[in-house]
Design a protein. Sequence first.
Length: 363
Amino acid sequence: MDSVSLSEVTVMRRTHLGFMHSFRQPFSGVTISPKFYHSKVVGSREISSSVSITKSQYVYGESLVAATADSGYKMKEVILKNRISSVQEGLLLDAFDDDYGGVVVDHGKLPSNPNAFTSILRNSLSDWKRKGKKGVWLKLPVEQAELVPIAVKEGFEYHHAEKGYVMLTYWIPEEEPCMLPGNASHQVGVGGFVLNQFKEVLVVQEKYCTSSNTDLWKLPTGFINESEEIFSGAVREVKEETGVDTDFLEVIAFRHAHNVAFEKSDLFFICMLKPLSDKISIDNLEIKAAKWMPLVEFVEQPMIKGDKMFKRVIEICEARLSHRYCGLSPHRLVSTFDGKPSSLYYNVVDDDPSHSNCTADFY
Ligand SMILES: NC(=O)C1=CN([C@@H]2O[C@H](COP(=O)(O)OP(=O)(O)OC[C@H]3O[C@@H](n4cnc5c(N)ncnc54)[C@H](O)[C@@H]3O)[C@@H](O)[C@H]2O)C=CC1
């Protein structure tokens, strides 16, 4: 087997991180192995330059830390070599350990032949069972959709699907309840409350709605996209539906509802936005009409007046306008917990009025 230099190791390690990272995106609950993650943080400094690591050893995904540890090194090396040769000979699926005692199959190295896949999957399941592995994650790309029924026949279950793949899972321990996290459970929507200096609110009539709502003038609403922020999603939705440019001010309130779409729950964030333009140009695909409507007229609509939720939302917005209430504004932070930038929504956290978002003008 070829030896590789430290720089090659670092490159290969990044490749693995990339795989784990992309794996994590579609759902929560599966994280990068701390071994890999730790390695990412410390970079190549952790690896002793006297250690020779083979390409195959690394390709199999064993931890460098484990491989360089003094205790049990020889034992690990032997086990590793056996497993490597099984993978190389095409007897076992190439897989990474996850943080929870389970394995993640490398979807980039699946056998292309369905018959070969059947026997390799069976061998791998026996191997994982013997080793006491728990959950198995098997991502099957759409180009290899013929493998899906084979995996299902072997006992795998659907976890979730995206345009490009189906994720299947298998829980090995028969005596333990399945601990694998479920698929994403919510959709996230935003609504924009945009008020101008004439106390007019930006409203729309939807093209597709229930017959009882055809004449209703409502706030622009929509869903945020994958990896989109609530604050930018609200601004985008208002722009798309009405053509009006806005600045995000605050999340005024949010509603949590269940069994909304395909049994999924719904989080709906009502956002207060500051208008930067007033010219309306509607999105003809989604919207029938849009206009600036006097706030008093808007709240007098029977559907708003008679609906507890709409009515309360407007009351909260009015309380905010008269500074009797304060919403949440986003603050970008990087947490050492996961090393990722994220948005924390909050209002005043100390007594300094300059730190408050509640003094912002609306128009
Ligand atoms: N529309 C409303 O009156 C209210 C909406 N909300 C919230 O607003 C958020 C967004 O909801 P809405 O704006 O009502 O979204 P929606 O159901 O109108 O969907 C947004 C757009 O996606 C497209 N779309 C959705 N389903 C489709 C399908 N099956 N086929 C083809 N196109 C489809 C349509 O272009 C639609 O205009 C949610 O969180 C919801 O709870 C809350 C209260 C009232």
